[in-house]
Design a protein around this ligand. Structure first.
Ligand code: MD6
Ligand code: FE
Length: 201
């Protein structure tokens, strides 16, 4: 392998595209409401609320992290991934297979996401595409070990960040949200979408 790693595409979506995408996300969460995931074993709630679209969705509860075809509260299949997101994946990743899950993360101003590695997928050759809407966030990116040095990026509304290649399994997290830095959402907060390929081939 080698070569490919992270891609940071600041301002990839202009304001019109951000508004159109936000409208699609509103429709998605009307059908698949935000739920509060809990940590495996201890059951401590995440501060981030989540939903998904696509054939699979990422969930977490006492029995662990996993992908499943249905919403954990309503039991309904996840809504389809909008064509605009599928097109964005093709245009920016060029990956040979389409994404199967798009995790929708909603951060209120005091929400955070601890350092983690996304490794619940079978296909680590596939990139993960992240898209940010709303208030700025401080994104911390480290290496393959939790103790590796980290660098910080401010992710703004419309930014795309892709973890690929040697950075695909790097530790990363969201330290904080900067409320009031964007007027896109009606209230302070941030939405992050992460698109993933789950199975090989
Ligand atoms: C966030 N992002 O930006 C959290 N995961 O709210 C992630 O956890 C993430 O940005 C995998 C790949 C890219 C990411
Ligand atoms: Fe992640």
């Amino acid at each position: 392998m080698g070569g490919a790693h992270l891609q940071y595409l600041p301002g990839y979506l202009d304001e019109i595209a951000q508004k159109a995408l936000l409208e699609e996300i509103r429709c998605l969460v009307d059908r698949a409401p935000l739920f509060t995931p809990t940590m495996p074993r201890w059951g401590r709630p995440f501060s981030v609320r989540m939903s998904n679209c696509g054939p699979l969705g990422w969930v977490s509860d006492k029995s662990g992290y996993r992908y499943q075809p249905t919403h954990p509260v309503t039991g309904e299949p996840w809504p389809a991934m909008p064509q605009s997101l599928l097109d964005l994946w093709d245009a920016t990743t060029g990956y040979k297979y389409p994404p199967q899950a798009c995790l929708i993360n909603y951060y209120s101003p005091d929400a955070k996401m601890g350092l983690h590695v996304d490794r619940d997928e079978e296909d680590f050759d596939a990139p993960i595409l992240s898209l940010s809407l709303g208030d700025d966030a401080r994104f911390r990116l480290g290496g393959r070990e939790r103790s590796d040095p980290t660098q910080s990026f401010i992710l703004r509304s419309g930014d795309i960040f892709i973890l690929d290649g040697e950075d695909r399994l790097a530790y990363h997290g969201i330290d904080r949200i900067y409320p009031g830095t964007s007027l896109l959402l009606e209230e302070p907060g941030r939405i992050n979408l992460t698109m993933r390929r789950v199975s090989k081939g």
